[in-house]
Design a protein around this ligand. Structure first.
Ligand SMILES: [Zn+2]
Length: 238
């Protein structure tokens, strides 16, 4: 699935979560952070948006994640797993990675406080804006400004650990579900052994799969999720 479709499906998931947040501003941040973190698993691909975002910094992170994924694949593959490097669409494309990411963000916010939370929000906003356009910066700017109203200072961000963790983990999981609809599938249930594979690519029946960046994704899937996002955003603010 393309980066912008991942970010859009993440935005839809975040908008579905948003009404449960304490305030509209908090809900907007949850939506944008979910959208941004829906791009994170593709850090295991050197040419993905997330890997190119901050030049050498995210490039190095991509290199480390690819090496870790390669290592994990070599040590945990089942007897019927295909010969593969184990880099792209492996370790970062699992439910385990989504849970680990969400837990780290939640614990990091509780332990390190405001600046860790602000950094997480900023990363989510920049990733989402890179894929979906500058309007994300406007929405994030309005949500951020609302945060500064008296009685709800920036320090309150430190109390959003649970929500930021849920947003980050949900974004990663939505990414896996999106990739599972493509021709290659996604081994997101690792390490559960299925048919002799611990990295079994989950995917729907062949007629329901589509090619990453193909006509179906561009003409059907992306526009359909634009409609879903607009409907959810309308529902969240009315
Ligand atoms: Zn992916």
């Amino acid at each position: 699935m393309m980066g912008r479709t991942h970010a859009l499906t993440g935005l839809c998931a975040g908008l579905a979560l948003a009404p449960a947040a304490d305030t509209t501003a908090q809900g907007a941040l949850v939506a944008v952070v979910t959208a941004g973190f829906a791009l994170l698993p593709d850090l295991d691909h050197p040419r993905a948006r997330a890997s190119r975002l901050l030049g050498p910094v995210t490039g190095l992170l991509s290199r480390v994640l690819r090496a870790a994924s390669r290592w994990l694949y070599a040590r945990t593959k089942g007897p019927r797993d295909e010969p593969h490097t184990g880099e792209h669409r492996h370790a970062t494309h699992t439910l385990a990675f989504a849970v680990l990411t969400g837990t780290c963000i939640a614990l990091g916010t509780w332990g390190l406080g405001t600046w860790f939370a602000a950094g997480t929000c900023l990363l989510g906003v920049v990733l989402a804006a890179d894929a979906l356009g500058d309007w994300v910066l406007v929405v994030a700017g309005i949500a951020g400004t609302a945060w500064w109203v008296p009685g709800y200072p920036v320090e309150a961000l430190a109390g959003t650990g649970l929500w930021l963790g849920i947003a980050a983990g949900t974004g990663c999981l939505v990414h896996c579900l999106g990739d599972a609809l493509t021709l290659s599938g996604c081994p997101f249930l690792w390490p559960l052994p299925i048919a002799g594979e611990t990295w079994y690519e989950i995917r729907p029946p062949r007629p329901l799969r589509f090619r990453t960046g193909g006509v179906v994704e561009q003409v059907v899937v992306f526009p359909a999720f634009v409609v879903v996002a607009v409907a959810l955003a309308y529902g969240a603010v009315t």
